[in-house]
Ligand binder design. Structure first.
Ligand code: C2E
Ligand code: CA
Ligand code: CA
Ligand code: CA
Length: 276
């Protein structure tokens, strides 16, 4: 057992060293990732709980790194969040979505809104609403085709600047969602302060909602809170019919998850779009 312990320890430190090296390299490589087209976007359908029709998409970022392969956002977004690069990443995502929407429009498809994940650091930056406004003008898109998802934790800190940005986004007709609702460290009072349209129930509550009474109770409470505040409710990470039936019964509006579809490359999204 001793030997095993030592081996485990060695393994652990090597892993940590790799982790630290990778972290440093990720930060150093990111500027190139943007200029060398290594970032790519997947689109996950958002589906109506009532009609089972696709009503929009959430765009999810990936990085095809020349050495590390496909890196999920959870591995590099936190590394770049505190650097100015997160604004560059956010602007790249927004621009790429606008370009894609125009491409779909040219191909004759009816456009559906696309939700973009915006980091809290970017939300505190007053350039965000100006950037989106200019982008929409440049691509001749209605800004309401873009939606913004912000994690609950991003709503802590300097609330004045985030309220200012959110108010500007609302003026453009952009819907705002609170992401990972119920997992953050903020008090519920922000629901009164921020001009929010949607709560997204975190996947961790949906996971066992069909048979764990605690998770079921949390989902029911979030849905009823959203309804009494006049907010729409989205369930994320729906993987089974049991989960879907449960949230449907509770009056959830929209769902996303592997049950309907994994996040897809843009080319695979077209079969889900309609031509009027
Ligand atoms: P999120 O916004 O909560 O996104 C949902 C995550 O759950 C995505 O992981 C998605 O692929 C995954 N997912 C969707 N349906 C299912 C399901 O049925 N089962 C399971 N097990 N997972 C499901 P992903 O793409 O790895 O993204 C992780 C997080 O990274 C996102 O969490 C979001 O907070 C962040 N992120 C993604 N793209 C961006 C971006 O462009 N900018 C920023 N700032 N953050 C991003
Ligand atoms: Ca999200
Ligand atoms: Ca989420
Ligand atoms: Ca989540």
């Amino acid at each position: 057992a001793k030997k095993l312990g030592r081996d485990n320890f060695c393994f652990y430190t090597e892993e940590m060293g790799l982790f630290v090296r990778k972290r440093i390299q990720i930060e150093a490589d990111l500027p190139d990732a943007i200029s060398q087209n290594q970032l790519l976007l997947n689109y996950q359908p958002k589906v109506s709980c009532l009609t089972n029709e696709v009503v929009g998409f959430e765009v999810l970022l990936r990085w095809l790194h020349p050495e590390f392969g496909l890196i999920p956002p959870g591995d590099f977004i936190p590394v770049v969040e505190s650097s100015g690069l997160i604004v560059d990443v956010g602007e790249w995502v927004l621009t790429e979505v606008a370009r894609q929407l125009v491409e779909w429009r040219k191909a004759g498809y009816e456009l559906l809104p696309v939700a973009v994940n915006i980091s809290g650091f970017h939300l505190h930056d007053e350039s965000l609403s100006l950037f989106i406004k200019a982008l929409a003008h440049q691509y001749q898109l209605n800004p309401s085709l873009l939606e913004v998802e912000i994690t609950e934790n991003a709503l802590t800190g300097d609330t004045d600047s985030s309220i200012a940005t959110m108010t500007e986004l609302k003026k453009l007709g952009i819907k705002l969602s609170v992401d990972d609702f119920g997992t953050g460290y903020s008090s519920l009072s922000y629901l009164k302060k921020f001009p929010i349209d949607v709560l997204k129930i975190d996947r961790s509550f949906i996971n066992e909602c069909a048979y764990n009474p605690d998770d079921a109770a949390i989902c029911m409470a979030i849905i009823s809170l959203a309804k009494s505040l006049g907010l729409k409710i989205v369930a994320e990470g729906v993987e089974s019919l049991e989960q879907l039936e449960f949230i449907q019964q509770q009056g959830c509006d929209i769902y996303q998850g592997y049950l309907y579809s994994r996040p897809l490359p843009a080319s695979d999204v077209e079969v889900l779009l309609k031509r009027p």
